[in-house]
Write a protein that binds this ligand. Sequence first.
Ligand code: F0G
Length: 347
Amino acid sequence: MGVMKHYRELLPVTDKTPEVNLEEGNTPLIYLPRVSSRLGIKLYGKFEGCNPSGSFKDRGMFLAVAKALEDGKRAVICASTGNTSASAAAYAASQGIPCFVLLPAGKVALGKLAQALMYGAKVIAVKGNFDRALELAREGAEKTGCAMVNSVNPYRLIGQRSGAWEICDVLGKAPDWHAIPVGNAGNISAYWAGYNEYKRIGKIDKLPRMMGFQAEGAAPLVYNRPCPNPETVATAIRIGNPVSAHLARAAVSESGGEFNAVTDEQILEAQRILAAEGGVFAEPASCAPLAGLLKLQRAGKLPEGITVTMILTGNGLKDPDTAMSQVGRPTEINDNLEDLMRVLEGK
Ligand code: F0G
């Protein structure tokens, strides 16, 4: 039914807000028995890759675009490591308005680039990193009057609260730990606000600990200082100076949670484990939380038996190059039964 219809009473929508709906939200909360038993916890993955543009960004983008239209804006602009641009381009296309996206040149996964181009956005490759592209996008928005639809747009984070509401609606409570990748730091803040709102209206009585995971080469919140040259295989979270750092810090400290860093090797290992033991293919950034849980377990810092939800923020299909760089190639055979039997019998 889409997030606007499902959670209308919790959203700032009025009779004047146009309906913008690509049937986002209502993504599966998948129990992962094999990965759970490896970790000694009850682990659920919220598979945000099932959203219409393949990432969690759609949860807030429908609202950012709807409010932009309500305010009389006629174009949208964003900077992105890939997913925001795909989402903005999709929703702009659905409403017939132009979309400008600024991407760090050469650092966006192929699937995301293909999406933005297919949806018809004007794609601008900036010779610089995401943080710089974001500054430029903000200046461009100011000069042109385009609506800025990065997570500095408050409606994005309000819409993204819906992820927390869905988790609580399914579990009947909040998890003990909420594990989430952190890049520009909007989503962890949105989830924290969402859980708090559900507590305020009496839907849950206990809040989760917010556990934020960053890539070692782009971990400004873990090390408490901006990272001028962020670098990681998880390009979605290749961000050195998160705009919502203050909100993310508040979420972690108010909830008694923590930030933690994981290496690229740990992220890729977690991606393979999630796929091969969970049956879920998520993009590298989305696997930072699982990498972190594995790391905490090895250090004896993962309490046994707790319920953990991790947010699988984007679909693995978006970044086929990184996946193919870690796996073998298909076994090729001639088109005869003997060749096939040799493979089936493991010879
Ligand atoms: N996971 C994925 C797959 C992402 O695309 C992002 C952010 C994050 C996690 C981090 O979320 O920024 O709210 O802390 N992607 C943005 C983009 C920056 O441009 O697509 P965050």
